[in-house]
Design a protein around this ligand. Structure first.
Ligand code: NAD
Ligand code: GLY
Length: 351
């Protein structure tokens, strides 16, 4: 078992290993006295792993209740958020109890925000079960739900008290969902770690999954330790996301986050080169590694459609938008772009 320690406004460990789900209760008991535990999970994940987690928590003295919601991005909504709050109130959950997020990024973001808000803040643990959630969303404390206007527009920075990534759960992940997580993995190599990017170009992610997850969590940990509340460096983690979120929005959330980020990174790299922001075209690095991991690199939406969707992105401040663009091999920079120039940037990035 590998451990990565995060030192943000809250200090906590991220555990990465295989086959420890059935002893989770014992592990959580090391940091939290037995209490009432609310497992929040989607229907797919709960049917696969809910029973094991519940049994393990009960064996260690926790009293468990569960809130299960329909899988998919559309559940990351104010509606489901409200249902969780009401469920907790009806079940007399108190401030000293515990939320347990069991699932992918949708579950983690939703549960984290519910934990941040219920009684003004209840402890929560993340048990990520997708590649994407293990390498990215479970670590660093960004929690949110989507609004009609765009992704993640309502949320909070709220750190978990621990993260338990059991890679054995990835064995049931559909191939496509596994690939979607690879977009965020490649993102880390592109923004901050050339050696890691080279490793990804030459090796299979699947065959090295624990090592890859650990490296991604370390990179994210370092960024979050420096800039938890995204006043500077943390913006780098949004590489591919401004346009990616626009892709998700244009697709009415039918294109997954990972696939949208893949497309967003390509548009950002190409747009940056063709508009003269950077001297090198890093699509030559990006395209082969994304395609080798079965990720999409093209988009069916027009520059006009993406532009309109991107304008509601929360990273917009007044009349500028922060874009993350690859400047060197394994290094991105934050580039402010005026809103009026964004459409041309997207247009150039599309082809
Ligand atoms: P997801 O949570 O919807 O999971 C994808 C699908 O896989 C779901 O249908 C789920 O039921 C299924 N699934 C999950 N684990 C499984 C398993 N082990 N076996 C079989 N099926 C399984 O989506 P995701 O890709 O994990 O996360 C995407 C979300 O994460 C987006 O909402 C995105 O905005 C968010 N995100 C947040 C952050 C952050 O920092 N908070 C970072 C990146 C992405
Ligand atoms: N996934 C972006 C961030 O955590 O900042």
């Amino acid at each position: 078992m590998e451990t990565v320690r995060v030192s943000a406004s809250k200090e906590y460990n991220v555990y990465i290993g295989s086959g420890f789900l059935s002893s989770l209760g014992e592990r959580i008991k090391e940091i939290k006295n037995p209490c009432r535990a609310v497992i929040v999970s989607d229907d797919t994940v709960y049917s696969l792993y809910g029973g094991t987690v519940k049994k393990s928590l009960e064996k260690s003295g926790f009293t468990v209740c569960e809130f299960v919601f329909p899988h998919g991005e559309k559940s990351k909504s104010l509606l489901t958020f409200g249902e969780i709050q009401e469920f907790c109130a009806e079940n007399s959950i108190t401030r000293t109890d515990l939320f347990v997020a069991l699932g992918g990024g949708v579950t983690g973001d939703l549960t984290g925000f519910a934990a941040a808000s219920y009684l003004r803040g209840v402890d929560f643990v993340q048990i990520p079960t997708t590649v994407l959630a293990m390498v990215d969303s479970s670590v660093g404390g960004k929690t949110a739900v989507n609004l009609n206007a765009g992704k993640n527009l309502c949320g909070a920075f709220y750190q978990p008290i621990a993260v338990y990534a059991d890679c054995e759960t990835l064995s049931t992940l559909p191939e496509e969902t596994f690939s979607e997580g690879c977009a965020e993995i490649i993102k880390y190599g592109m923004i901050l770690d050339g050696d890691f990017l080279t490793f990804l170009q030459n090796n299979s992610i699947k065959d090295n999954i624990e090592k890859v997850i650990k490296r991604c969590v370390e990179i994210k940990r370092d960024v979050v330790n420096r800039d938890e509340f995204e006043n500077g460096d943390r913006k780098l983690l949004n590489f591919g996301h401004t346009i990616g979120h626009a892709v998700e929005k244009c697709s009415n959330l039918t294109i997954s986050h990972g696939n949208a980020v893949s497309i967003g990174m390509v548009i950002a790299a190409r747009g940056a080169y063709k508009t003269g922001m950077v001297n090198e075209d890093f699509t030559k690095v990006l395209l082969p590694v994304l395609e080798a991991n079965s990720l999409p690199v093209k988009c069916e939406f027009s520059a006009e459609e993406l532009y309109a969707a991107a304008l509601s992105d929360k990273k917009r401040s007044l009349d500028t938008i922060s874009l993350i663009v690859p400047e060197k091999y394994g290094l991105c920079k934050i580039q402010k772009v005026s809103v009026k120039d964004l459409k041309e940037f997207i247009k150039q990035g599309l082809n």
